[in-house]
Design a protein around this ligand. Structure first.
Ligand code: NAI
Length: 323
């Protein structure tokens, strides 16, 4: 069986090479940026291992031999799942490798904003040594933290944030009351979440429902001096709307690990704002989580080849591995 590694930004792929070699699978490597390039590179392949390459109808129609797309990551928004379903192609991901990393990163960003850590550091390097340089700091136990999306990462975030903040509230329209831990108060609308929380952390998926959902009208509902952190997907936040609200001096700090267009351009307006704290889509990363992520994504393909079903299916397909 032959597998195409559609694209990656990894420094070394010996982990994948070794794992596939042991399973008797041939791995070919490309750096596809478009569906056309995926089609061209995937002749004779039965599965795709994908980092960022877009995959939809064009690929599935041109390559009926491809039965599985395994995404290196928890999110799978670059794979058109509706198209995969139509063509009977399995889609799998690596959902649980970095729950601790992402939730810790989100809390670290939130606390850095709240305690003004990054700004103090900048001020000290410019010769200013005083606790007041970064402005007023509220007491964390007087604040309410809000979680948007109480899935795997959102729940862990709520768990580790609850001893720091006075109250945890959360909005998630797709889960039942029983899935809300006792220490999390459920709110029934995004309006309530954004107007009641002093700091909101975004942990929902990116889909048609959530794309651009956090924009000017919602952010304007936040109390003056509030904080926003996004470690989920960049396109959930409407950046022009965010810039508009930043200009109105409402938000005290914004932490973004993800952006609609990554990497950020050198002249981006966000870079000029001291209230904005950025990291380069790094929330998933620890030495251990990276290995777990890559192993699980590759093993989806090995397991599918052996059993006809990947370890972590997102779309249940009908195409079979080659006999
Ligand atoms: P999950 O699927 O376990 O949880 C997502 C939750 O969002 C679900 O409970 C769902 O009901 C909820 N949700 C869906 N629509 C919503 C809406 N309109 N409003 C509020 N909640 C909504 O996903 P998981 O694993 O917790 O991942 C969360 C996010 O983190 C995803 O966007 C994922 O892509 C992202 N992520 C980011 C990483 C990074 O390095 N920055 C690494 C790993 C994941």
């Amino acid at each position: 069986m032959k597998v195409l590694f559609t694209d990656h930004d990894l420094l070394d792929i010996s982990l994948e090479r070794d794992l596939f070699r042991e399973a008797g699978i041939t791995l070919i490597e490309a750096q596809c940026r478009s569906q056309r390039e995926v089609v061209e590179a995937s002749e004779g392949c039965s599965a795709l291992l994908i980092q960022y390459a877009p995959v939809s109808d064009e690929v599935f129609a041109a390559r009926p031999g491809i039965g599985l797309c395994s995404r290196i990551g928890a999110g799978y928004d670059t794979i058109d799942t509706a198209a995969a379903q139509r063509h009977g192609v399995w889609v799998a991901n690596s959902p649980d490798y970095g729950v601790g990393e992402v939730s810790t990163h989100a809390l670290a960003m939130m606390l850095s904003l709240l305690r003004n850590i990054a700004r103090y550091d900048q001020d000290i390097r410019q010769g200013q040594w005083h606790y007041s340089t970064a402005g007023r700091i509220p007491r964390a136990t007087n604040l309410t933290v809000g979680v948007m999306g109480l899935g795997r990462i959102g729940k862990r975030f709520a768990h580790i944030a609850r001893n720091t903040f006075g109250q945890v509230i959360a909005y998630d329209p797709h889960i039942i009351d029983g899935d809300f831990p006792a220490y999390v108060r459920r709110v029934r609308s995004l309006d309530e979440l954004f107007s009641q929380a002093d700091a909101v952390s975004i942990h929902c998926l990116l889909n048609d429902e959530t794309r651009g959902l956090v924009g000017a009208s919602l952010l304007q509902r936040m109390k003056p001096g509030s904080y926003l952190v996004n470690t989920a997907r960049g396109a959930i936040v409407d950046i022009p709307g965010l810039l508009e609200v930043l200009a109105q001096d409402r938000l005290a700090g914004v932490g973004l690990d993800v952006l609609p267009d990554e990497p950020i351009t050198r002249d981006h307006r966000l870079l000029a704002d001291r209230r904005v704290l950025l990291s380069p889509h790094a929330a998933f990363y620890s030495a251990e989580s990276e290995v777990e992520l890559r192993r699980k994504a590759a093993l989806n393909i090995v397991t599918w080849m052996r059993t006809g079903r990947p370890d972590y299916p997102v779309v249940v397909g009908t195409r079979h591995p080659p006999a």
